[in-house]
Design a protein around this ligand. Sequence first.
Ligand code: F6R
Length: 575
Amino acid sequence: MAVDGLKSLEYRGYDSWGLAWKEGGKLSIKKEIGKISGVDGSLLSDDCHLTIGHTRWATHGGVTQLNAHPHLNEDKTIAVVHNGIVENYQELRDDLKKKGHMFLSETDTEVIPHLIEEELKTTGDFAHAVRKACQRFKGRYAVLAVHTTSDTLVAARTGSPLIVGVEKGSGYYIASDTPAFMKHTRTVQYLDDGEMVVTDGKSILFSDIATGEERHKREIEISWTAEAADKGVFEHYMIKEIMDQKESVARAVNQSDEEIMTVANAIKNAKGTFLAGCGTAGKACMAAEYFFSVVAEHHVNFTPASEFKLYHHFLKPESLLIVVSQSGETADVLEAMSVAKAKGAKVLSIVNVVGSSIDRASDYTLHINAGPERAVASTKALTGQLAVLLLVSYALAGKLPEGKKLLLETAAQINDMLNPRYVERLRKLAERIKEREDLYIIGKSWNYPMALESAIKIQEVSYIHAEGFAGGELKHGPIALIEEGTPCIALFGNDEVTPDILSNSVQLKARGAFVIGVGPENNEIFDEWIRVPDVGNAQALANIIPIQVLAYELAIQRGKDPDMPRNLAKSVTVK
Ligand code: F6R
């Protein structure tokens, strides 16, 4: 069961994995470098209980067996798994070393079991010792701990997610995300920051880490099913999720008018609206700057969430921060929210994972309803985010029905695009360019952030060096990179900036580039043309679809695993 749970969380990190379980009054440990996908669940015997496990995305210390979790104290009586970073670990480790503790790994995590051991000497109670240890951590963490002499599992969180799955009559699961236990239960209880939980499998007690005060939690039913998180007939999650866009875009558009208008009014009344997100979600925010400008003539400011802190001088209690996140757990986004809240500003989040930390900490939320996204490369979440942001910009312009109509038509066009012939065409294009080590993408207006997003998609799954530019910027430097045959993709629509991007394409062609046009109309400049329907102000959503398929095909043809690219993890819960 624990092995299966870990397998379904592997997308969060796959540098190494490990388990600790209680067996005959001792802790048994198994840890390995690499992915857990191929491991047989029978390595855990039937009479083991209180099992903890971890899949690691390395932060402190390389990818080695010693650095893999669980980590233990010297006499191997306490085992701990941990997400996040204990920022003051050096200070804690120095202190513990002076008390005679010895450390085997390079991780921050290893201080935790030693610190619990120290606290245990004075309290004698395992849960209390974990509480005391947690009070000394700085940073974001989610921790699970077991002890040989205690029949309880203790978990605590600050900043990194932890969710309890309640299987009536059978027991409890505690995990960083619901897929870990979705096959067994969809009833959950969320831990909030600064809370811990103690369970012996039969009962469960939530409390405050700082005060020890008991906390009462609601049971919530999650609507996603285990099947929705499966690959189904597809070979990889990435292509399954690209294909899910046949329906997911329409689901994103299906928002309550009342909620959209509440959000639009909050934007209208705000004194300064900021947008923040990371990676792909950040590109959706950047596209929204153009949506708000073109559709609603309203100024908003985008900053990558990791940079937002530096803009706090501009925040007032009347400001609004809009954050966009698929997972709802991204540490940089949570930090941006704290910065805004500290200034009394309100936060609107556009998230996929219902009940996630970002969702629960927001003043207003719009869910994109994309269903579980498991591939590291975000695809359907992006088009859902774009759809919701475009819809809000139409609402702000007082044209909500027009926006809905456009987006539902776009959803239908995307449904038509994702047919086997279209995919085959992109497979052939991938064959032509797969050996190239550099690739450039240009766009203007909302196609500029889509050019940046195209680069992310191609980089992360195929490892081709891909870069996106605003088409007009080429002549200011990047055009020096173009050589005979360099593949360059031009993203365009049918609008006032199309002539500009066509001139930029001519400039590329004149330097020998192999120019691939992605947009509604062919042009003699293009060596290859990938047709995308003309969907006006929603062009960003349609143009990114062929790029997602192309990135997937490039990964497959270059022999890479598109679902688990090197060095990455799906939920980035560290800063
Ligand atoms: C790239 C990708 C990442 C995420 C980023 C933010 O394909 O998926 O760039 O977009 O890590 O994650 P969320 O949306 O979960 O906040």
